[in-house]
Design a protein around this ligand. Structure first.
Ligand SMILES: *[C@@H]1O[C@H](CO)[C@@H](O)[C@H](O)[C@H]1NC(C)=O
Ligand SMILES: *[C@@H]1O[C@H](CO)[C@@H](O)[C@H](O)[C@H]1NC(C)=O
Ligand SMILES: *[C@@H]1O[C@H](CO)[C@@H](O)[C@H](O)[C@H]1NC(C)=O
Length: 230
C-alpha cells in the first residue's frame, strides 16, 4: 500500500464513510425501541448490541454518506399475514420515546402491527424530520394527538384503519403545509366538525382518502363534490 492509498483509507475510516456503523446514540435508541416491542416472530433478530453495523439491521435505512438513521420499515407484511399466521408477524408492545434520538428520521412505517388500542404517542409530534408517517392498521385508538401538527416536514400521513375516535377538532392539520397524501379512512371521526375547512386549506394536498372515516356527512359530500374527490 502506498502512502496515498493509506491516507485515503485512513480518511475513510476516520469519517466512518459508508461502513454501516451508525452513531452509538442511534444504535442505543434502536435497541431501546426493540426492548419495548414484543416480537414473537423475531423479526428484529439482527438488532443486537454485538452487531454494531446497525445500518444493516433489518428495516433500518441509513444515509449513504453519514450513516445517520433515515428510515424505519417496521410494517408487518400483509400478504404473509393473511396466508399464514396473522398474529406472529406483527409487532406488539410499547413504542419507546428513544425514537426521538433519531434526529434525521424521515420515514417511519409501523403499519399492520398491533399496538393493542394505545393512543398514538404524543412524542411522534416531535420527530421533526419525518416526511412519511404510516400508522395504518396498527391498532391505535382514541383521540389523535394534536402534536402531529408539529410535523411541519410531513408529506405523507396515513392513519387509515385504526380505532381513532371523535376528533372534535382537526385544527392540527393546518400545521402540515407540505402534506401531499392524507388518509384518515376507516376510523370513527364522527365529531370532527369543521374538518373540511382544515383539509381544504392544506396547500400541498394531492391525495385524500376519507372512506369509512365517519366524518360528519353533509360536509363530506359538499367537499367531495366541490373538489371532485370520490
Ligand atoms: C447517496 O444518496 C444520495 C441522495 O439520497 C443519492 O443521490 C446518491 O446517488 C447516493 N450515492 C450512492 C453512492 O448511493
Ligand atoms: C408501509 O408498509 C406497507 C406494508 O409493507 C406498504 O404497503 C406501505 O406502502 C408502506 N407505506 C409507505 C408510506 O411507504
Ligand atoms: C406541539 O403541539 C402541541 C399541541 O398542538 C403543543 O402543545 C406543543 O407545544 C407543540 N410542541 C412543540 C415542541 O412544538
Amino acid at each position: 500500500m502506498n502512502l496515498l492509498t493509506t491516507l485515503f483509507f485512513g480518511f475513510l475510516s476516520l469519517t466512518g464513510f459508508c461502513n454501516g456503523i451508525c452513531m452509538e446514540e442511534e444504535r442505543q435508541a434502536l435497541l431501546e425501541l426493540k426492548q419495548g416491542l414484543v416480537d414473537h416472530a423475531d423479526r428484529l433478530s439482527s438488532w443486537v448490541a454485538s452487531n454494531g453495523e446497525c445500518c444493516k439491521w433489518k428495516g433500518v435505512v441509513c444515509h449513504n454518506l453519514t450513516d445517520r438513521v433515515l428510515q424505519l420499515h417496521l410494517s408487518a407484511p400483509t400478504q404473509i399475514v393473511d396466508l399464514y399466521d396473522s398474529v406472529t408477524l406483527q409487532l406488539f408492545g410499547k413504542i419507546s420515546p428513544s425514537l426521538l434520538h433519531l434526529k434525521h428520521l424521515s420515514y417511519l412505517n409501523l403499519s399492520n402491527n398491533d399496538f393493542g388500542g394505545i393512543q398514538i404517542p404524543k412524542f411522534f409530534g416531535s420527530l421533526k424530520s419525518l416526511k412519511f408517517l404510516d400508522l395504518s392498521n396498527a391498532g391505535f385508538a382514541g383521540k389523535i394527538p394534536p402534536h402531529l401538527g408539529n410535523l411541519s416536514n410531513l408529506q405523507y400521513l396515513s392513519l387509515r384503519d385504526n380505532d381513532l375516535l371523535h376528533d372534535e377538532n382537526l385544527h392540527w392539520l393546518s400545521g402540515l403545509s407540505l402534506l401531499k397524501h392524507l388518509d384518515l379512512s376507516f376510523n370513527n371521526l364522527n365529531k370532527a366538525s369543521n374538518w373540511f375547512h382544515f383539509v381544504n386549506t392544506l396547500p400541498s394536498l394531492l391525495e385524500l382518502h376519507l372512506a369509512g372515516s365517519h366524518l360528519p356527512k353533509g360536509q363530506a359530500e359538499a367537499f367531495s363534490s366541490e373538489l371532485g374527490y370520490a
